[in-house]
Design a protein around this ligand. Structure first.
Ligand code: SME
Length: 156
């Protein structure tokens, strides 16, 4: 396995995701450690798209606890139902937030964060974590991100 990601040049977002999926699958193949795989997935997404913050919160003893991430320091614990991450956990559904300042209860780990997507990570029927991505631009995420990120976290 090569530990390098190759990114298509002059590609749009969908093409980049399409190029990433098999590479991420190969990168995670044969490795069972969840933390190692989350760390590599966060690194790939940061490298490919330059997002402001990419990382995981893992459910531990009834709350979300900060896991592997790329970007500035972040809040360490989030309660169920709180913020965008807690909402994704509570509802089991991806949260697409075009403007974090308009999201009631948004937890601002950084004032630079403007929009956000949070994707639940499941093992079987149980949610075990969430993938959280923040952008310093408004309205940075759409249904394309949702579709590919939901597929990608399925590799964990
Ligand atoms: N904004 C998130 C908190 C986590 S940070 O963005 C890294 C939320 O509202 O759940």
């Amino acid at each position: 396995m090569s530990e390098e990601i190759s990114l298509p040049k002059n590609a749009n977002k969908e093409e980049i995701y399409q190029a990433l999926l098999p590479q991420v699958k190969a990168l995670l193949f044969g490795e069972e450690d969840l933390i190692a795989n989350m760390a590599n997935m966060a690194a790939v997404l940061k490298e490919a798209f330059g997002f402001f913050w990419v990382g995981f919160y893992i459910i531990k003893k009834g709350e979300l606890v900060l896991g592997p991430f790329q970007g500035p320091v972040a809040c360490t614990r989030i309660q169920k139902g709180k913020g965008v991450c807690g909402k994704a956990w509570e509802t089991g559904e991806t949260q697409l937030v075009p403007d974090v300042n308009a999201f009631p209860g948004h937890i601002a780990c950084s004032a630079s964060s403007q929009s956000e997507i949070v994707v639940p990570v499941s093992k079987g029927k149980e949610i075990i974590a969430v993938l959280d991505i923040d952008s310093d631009q408004l309205d940075a995420f759409d249904a394309v991100d949702q579709k590919f990120l939901e597929e990608m976290v399925g590799y964990l």
